[in-house]
Ligand binder design. Structure first.
Ligand code: ADP
Ligand code: MG
Length: 691
């Protein structure tokens, strides 16, 4: 239904948000901060949550400190005043049939001219019991004079600073009439048999729910569609793989693993077998290796790189940080170069002249294994015969990046692709990983190398700091080394840099003047970071002061102490990753979580009591809910709204639907669904088609 409100002519989904009444360039800038540029973007920005203001509670019953909606009549002219600290306020006295209420609106003096004795208002906020009845502090207020209906359920949108709920609600209101033009994705018969709304209705209800029941249906429909589209995208990527051939690698039986100073774990042997079997089939491998921190994933990667080189082809290994790429290059050179395999490092901080040289050698086939950061792939790197792409710590990359990698590995003109191996330390329950990584085969490294001693984790307070420093000194005396993760300082990298440096300076002059210390933080150049890491890994420095840049992958087995300042500010998965830097050698390891807040912290207690990454992930999932859990685990690109995984029956239901329609997915009625999946999988915004 079209609204009668006058709109600027011809608003479409692709119109800029300024086409909406009341949105000028200034507001548009705020929206742009949330990646909302067009009317379509805005319509697809769904509320974060909803407020139920439909249930009106009598004033006499609302004083329990919880949020309620009440309907009151103002009894006298509002008072204007100022607190001792100079904050202006408006105070209103009002009542309903059951009691009186005194409401103070701080900072909102404009309300004094709007609030009139005898008028009715709906208030929404927290109420307490005061001396003369109920009291409330700056609740939301809406006139309830009956001239326009008050919505019972109010959407609450994600905001950015400077934006208000009213601003985004009004903007949405101004383009909601376009919902009628939304193209349906799920065919009608499926909608009917699964109790779904149309997409038109879904978007409308999500923004302006008419009832609780319709809202629930709309949320279910949106989740259903997303899950279906996502799974189809992942399936198509998988199916597409079978249209390609890949080089066949034969194992010579000789490997660097025979001369390692340790024996492979059973799990490592098994996973290497799985990988080698894939590599021998002539189809592109697409395998994910999941293993907890310290389970020895690098060996698996190196074995695959070695096999590729033994079969006369080139390979590349990608890491999320320069630090990690540098470290992998060192380890893998040490393992593979003795048998004549040529390994090179390419990161953005490699000198330009050297870069040029490496690219030349790569194109001429004079480098066998290239190790680098993702930035490397974006550059004009040409291989003479690329056979394998390994990605370490893959949880940092989403489906799109995976698709891009695959495409990148297509060899010129042919139907042949390189093999792909991805490594992830993010433990995700299997049922979920099947969906998230449905385009990949999964191997699990479920065994830690023998001889590892459990890490002793303790939660301490800032006043214990001197004692902690003493213990660190003692451990260093015994031959160990320590990481100190410095306190978090807000936001900009610049301030965190100076905070890290200040912390470091203080340690150097006042605490450990006689002990060699190192410092790494995000602002150092690649070379500076690498130097600091080298000194620490060679034992030249005994304490490494660091920001979270060492979070992933860093491996210095002699380090056995970690102090994490402000541990209460980190997520569980991040703490687990950080702690995974110690406990890698034979030494007994200690991790101190410094709780700067002083308040009890359930997350830190989980860390103290658990070392198993899967258990921690589960606890994390339970505590924070799947949305936040995946928000962090999948930082960078979210493949799917994690909240959907809370509803496993729905996941199963959509999976079943997908199975049933796959045989006829080429039919015209699935065209729109196919397009949506192609957009999701498409690395370049959807140029690809899905069959
Ligand atoms: P991940 O990448 O899975 O966190 P790494 O590959 O960095 O773990 O391995 C952690 C440490 O364990 C490294 O120092 C590595 O050399 C060592 N390591 C790997 N496999 C074994 C094994 N089977 N026995 C003993 N040490 C091992
Ligand atoms: Mg690793």
């Amino acid at each position: 239904m079209k609204q009668l409100k006058k709109e600027k002519p011809e608003m479409t989904f692709s119109s800029p948000v300024t086409a909406i009444r009341g949105i000028g360039p200034e507001k548009a800038k705020l929206f742009a901060k949330k990646n909302i540029y067009t009317v379509g973007d805005l319509l697809h920005t769904y509320p974060r949550e909803y407020q139920d203001r439909g249930k009106i509670v009598p004033l006499s019953e609302c004083g329990d400190g919880n949020v309620h909606a009440v309907l009151v009549t103002c009894v006298e002219r509002p008072l204007i005043g100022k607190t001792y600290t100079g904050i202006p306020y408006v105070r209103m006295s009002a009542r309903d049939d059951s009691a009186l209420v005194s409401v103070t609106f701080f900072g909102k003096t404009y309300l004094s001219s709007m609030i009139r004795p005898g008028r009715k208002y709906r208030l929404y906020g927290k109420f307490t019991v005061g001396l003369y009845g109920a009291e409330s502090n700056t609740p939301d207020i809406e006139p309830a004079d009956g001239t326009h209906p008050l919505p019972a359920i109010l959407p609450v949108y994600p905001l950015t600073s400077g934006m208000t709920q009213n601003m985004i609600r009004t903007a949405i209101e101004g383009c909601l009439h376009l919902c009628g033009r939304i193209r349906e994705t799920v065919p009608e018969d499926i909608r009917a048999s699964h109790g779904l709304l149309t997409k038109k209705e879904t978007v409308r209800q999500l923004h302006r729910p008419e009832s609780d029941e319709l809202l629930k249906k709309a949320q279910r429909t949106a989740a259903f569609e997303d899950l279906l589209v996502f799974q189809l995208a992942v399936r198509s990527m998988r199916a597409e793989k079978e249209h390609f051939s890949a080089p066949v690698f034969h194992s010579s039986g000789k490997s660097f693993t025979d001369s390692l100073p340790f024996l492979l774990t059973g799990a490592q042997k098994r996973v290497i077998r799985e990988v080698f079997s894939d590599l021998g089939k002539g189809f592109p491998m697409a395998r994910l290796v999941q293993g907890d921190v310290g389970s020895g994933k690098t060996v698996i990667a190196a074995a695959a790189l070695e096999l590729c080189a033994q079969n006369g082809m080139q390979s590349v290994m990608l890491a999320p940080t320069e630090l990690l790429a540098e470290q992998h290059c060192k380890t893998i050179s040490r393992w593979l170069e003795p048998s004549g395999i040529r390994v090179a490092l390419l990161t953005s901080s490699v000198r330009a002249s050297e870069k040029k040289e490496i690219k030349k050698r790569l194109a001429a086939g004079n480098i066998d294994v290239l190790i680098g950061t993702h930035a490397v792939l974006q550059e004009d790197v040409v291989f003479s015969s690329l056979g394998l792409v390994v990605t370490d710590e893959q949880h940092r990359f989403g489906v799109r990046q995976r698709a891009a990698l695959l495409e990148r590995s297509e060899r010129s003109g042919g139907r042949s692709r390189a093999h792909m191996l991805v490594m992830s330390a993010t433990p995700i329950p299997r049922s979920l990983s099947l969906i998230l990584y449905g385009d990949l085969d999964v191997s699990v490294l479920d065994e830690l190398p023998a001889g590892r001693q459990p890490i002793e984790t303790m939660i301490l307070l800032p006043e214990d700091r001197d004692r902690i420093y003493k213990s660190i000194r003692r451990q260093i005396g015994l031959g160990g080394q320590a990481y100190i993760i410095c306190p978090l300082v807000e936001e900009s990298e610049d301030s965190s840099r100076s905070a890290a440096e200040q912390y470091y300076e203080n340690l150097r002059t006042n605490v450990f003047p006689d002990i060699p210390l190192g410092l790494v933080h995000g602002r150092l150049s690649g070379n500076e970071k690498a130097n600091a890491m080298r000194d620490f890994s060679e034992g030249k420095t005994k304490v490494l002061v660091s920001t979270t840049v060492i979070e992933v992958g860093v491996d210095v087995p002699n380090a056995n102490v970690m102090l994490i300042e402000n541990a209460e500010c980190f997520g569980l998965s991040q703490l687990h990753q950080l702690r995974g830097r110690i406990g890698r050698g034979q030494r007994k390891s200690f991790c101190v979580l410094l709780n700067g807040s002083g308040k009890d912290n359930a997350r830190l207690e989980i860390m103290r009591d658990t070392s198993d990454g899967f258990k921690i992930a589960e606890a994390d999932l339970k505590q924070r809910g799947p949305g936040d859990f995946f928000g962090e685990a999948q930082s960078g690109e979210m493949p799917l709204n994690g909240a959907y995984f809370a509803d496993m029956p729905l996941v199963a239901e959509t999976k079943e639907v997908l199975e049933s329609i796959l045989p006829k997915i080429g039919d015209e009625r699935f065209a729109s669904l196919r397009d949506a999946a192609a957009r999701k999988a498409g690395a370049n915004g959807g140029g690809k088609t899905v069959n």
